[in-house]
Ligand binder design. Structure first.
Ligand code: SF4
Length: 94
């Protein structure tokens, strides 16, 4: 009988924790600037750290915050992709 109680306790605890996580996700979510995702998508995704940030999303965040304004701050991106990123950054300022 003790095994049945243990199973009930585990199931009830799982349901309560699941609901708590669901509510926390809904009400405590921090909205991110969608431009960060746009810029991250334009970056190469190598996450090499050569730009001085801990990955492409770090540089994207710096670009959104205005700490970095040049596509050339990414040491990997070249050519058309660099131009596309610079155009996006220039349009962001407007
Ligand atoms: S240098 Fe470019 S590819 Fe490397 S982490 Fe920075 S943004 Fe990503």
């Amino acid at each position: 009988m003790i095994y049945v109680y243990a199973c009930i306790v585990v199931v009830v605890a799982g349901i309560i924790l699941g609901l708590a996580l669901g509510l926390a996700d809904k009400y405590l979510k921090i909205e991110e600037d969608p431009r960060k995702d746009d810029i991250t998508a334009l970056l190469p995704g190598a996450n090499c750290g050569a730009c001085g940030y801990p990955g492409c999303s770090g540089l994207a965040e710096a670009m959104v915050e205005g700490k970095s304004t040049k596509a050339s701050d990414c040491k990997v991106i070249k050519g058309d992709k660099q131009k596309a990123l610079q155009d996006y950054l220039d349009n962001m300022k407007k």
